[in-house]
Design a binder for this molecule. Structure first.
Ligand code: FES
Ligand SMILES: [Fe+2]
Length: 353
C-alpha cells in the first residue's frame, strides 16, 4: 500500500502545476488596446487585441482559420481584420465575412473572447463557459474615483511562472531586503508577526507596527500626525489565481483608543500567465491622501515600478535556478511563508479538481 503523503511540496502548486483556464484574467491595460493590432499570448493562446469603431475592446484568436497566418501581422479594416496571406476577412465576432477567391464563406471562423473593461484594465475570460459570470471578476480596490488618487503602472513581462509571482505578492518578509533600495522598509518590519486567515479560495494576511515613523520613506513627505499614536498595517489578499491586493494603511488612534479611518494605499496586482513559465503583470496604486499632488503621483509611480522591477528580476533568477539545477532538493520553510504556502495549496487544489 502506498505511504500516506507527507505535508510537502507535493501538495503545493509549483512551476509544473497546470494552468487554470476558468478564470477572468487581465489581458491588458486599457491604454494598450488601440486601433493598432496587438498580439498577446495568454495561457498559451495567441490572441489579437484591438478596439472596434466604437472604442470597445475586441480580443480574438490570433491564428487565421485558413493557414494559421498571425492576424496581428494583418490589416485592421472597417468592420474587422483582413488576413494578409490570402485576404480572408473576419468581423469583430471572429466570423468570416469575405473570402476573396470564392462567393461563399466557411461557417467556421475564429474564436472571440469575452472581455470586460473596468477602470484601467481589460479583463478576458479564458474558460470554456460561453456565458461567464461577470460578477466573478474580482472587485478592485478602485474605491470612489473622486476620493482616491490612482497611479497606474506599466505593463510588465516576467520570465517566471505566475506561481512565483503570486508567492512574491503573498510574501511580506522580502520587503526590507529585496526592496531595501526602493521601499526602504526597516528591518523591524520583519519582526512583527504575520496574521493569516484563509477561507476556501482566499488568503488574507497582514502585520502591524506601532512606530509608523520607521515607514516614513514609503509615505508622502508632508504626512504628519504630531504626537498622535498611529498603527501601521501592511498586508494583502490572494483573491484569485489572477489577482492579489496589497495595502499599507495608517490608522490614527484617538484619545479614547479608537482607531480612525485609515490613510494610505491599496495596490491592485494582476498576474496573467503567458505560458507555463512566463507571465504578464499589471499593477496600480490607489491612495486617499495628497490627492492633488501630481508630482508625488509621479514619484510614487516611479518608486513602485522600480520596486516591482526588483521582483521581476528576482523571479527570473528563481525560475532559472529551478530549471537548471536539477539535483534532488527540497526547500525549507520559514514562518513568514504561511500566506504563500496557503495560496499554493489553494491553486494546487484547483488544478487537481
Ligand atoms: S492564412 Fe489567412 S487567409 Fe490564408
Ligand atoms: Fe516585492
Amino acid at each position: 500500500m502506498a505511504e500516506p503523503k507527507p505535508y510537502s511540496a507535493i501538495e503545493l502548486a509549483d512551476i509544473h502545476t497546470p494552468l487554470l483556464y476558468n478564470y477572468w484574467y487581465v489581458a491588458a491595460l486599457g491604454s494598450e488596446i488601440t486601433r493598432d493590432l496587438k498580439e498577446r499570448t495568454i495561457l498559451n493562446c495567441s490572441l489579437v487585441m484591438y478596439r472596434d469603431e466604437d472604442g470597445n475592446p475586441v480580443i480574438l484568436q490570433n491564428r487565421c482559420a485558413h493557414r494559421s497566418f498571425p492576424l496581428d501581422k494583418s490589416n485592421l479594416e472597417e468592420g474587422g481584420i483582413r488576413c494578409r496571406y490570402h485576404g480572408i476577412k473576419y468581423n469583430h465576432n471572429g466570423e468570416i465575412t469575405d473570402v476573396p477567391c470564392q462567393d461563399s464563406c466557411p461557417r467556421t471562423g475564429i474564436k472571440k473572447y469575452i472581455t470586460k473593461e473596468i477602470g484601467p484594465v481589460v479583463w478576458v475570460w479564458m474558460g470554456e463557459d460561453e456565458n461567464p459570470d461577470i460578477d466573478e471578476i474580482p472587485e478592485l480596490p478602485v474605491h470612489d474615483m473622486n476620493k482616491w488618487t490612482h497611479v497606474v503602472g506599466n505593463y510588465n513581462h516576467l520570465k517566471g511562472s505566475y506561481i512565483l509571482m503570486q508567492e512574491n505578492l503573498c510574501d511580506l518578509s522580502h520587503l526590507p531586503f529585496l526592496h531595501a533600495d526602493t521601499f526602504k522598509f526597516p528591518r523591524e518590519y520583519t519582526a512583527a508577526p504575520i496574521k493569516v486567515e484563509r477561507d476556501e479560495y482566499r488568503v488574507t494576511f497582514y502585520r502591524e507596527m506601532h512606530d509608523w515613523s520607521l515607514l516614513k520613506p514609503f509615505f508622502h513627505p508632508g504626512l504628519d500626525f504630531g504626537n498622535q499614536k498611529v498603527i501601521y498595517r501592511s498586508g494583502g489578499e490572494f483573491v484569485t489565481p489572477a489577482t492579489n491586493k496589497g495595502y499599507g494603511l495608517l490608522y490614527p488612534v484617538d484619545e479614547n483608543g479608537s482607531e480612525q479611518a485609515p490613510i494610505g494605499h491599496y495596490v491592485s496586482h494582476y498576474v496573467t500567465p503567458e505560458s507555463d513559465n512566463t507571465c504578464h503583470y499589471f499593477w496600480y496604486v490607489a491612495r486617499n491622501y495628497a490627492l492633488d499632488d501630481e508630482e508625488y503621483s509621479k514619484k510614487q509611480g516611479d518608486m513602485v515600478q522600480r520596486g516591482f522591477e526588483e521582483d521581476l528580476v528576482a523571479i527570473n533568477l528563481l525560475q532559472d535556478m529551478l530549471e537548471k539545477d536539477q539535483h534532488d532538493y527540497k526547500e525549507i520553510g520559514i514562518k513568514a511563508d504561511k500566506p504563500g504556502v496557503m495560496m499554493r495549496k489553494i491553486i494546487k487544489g484547483l488544478a487537481d479538481s
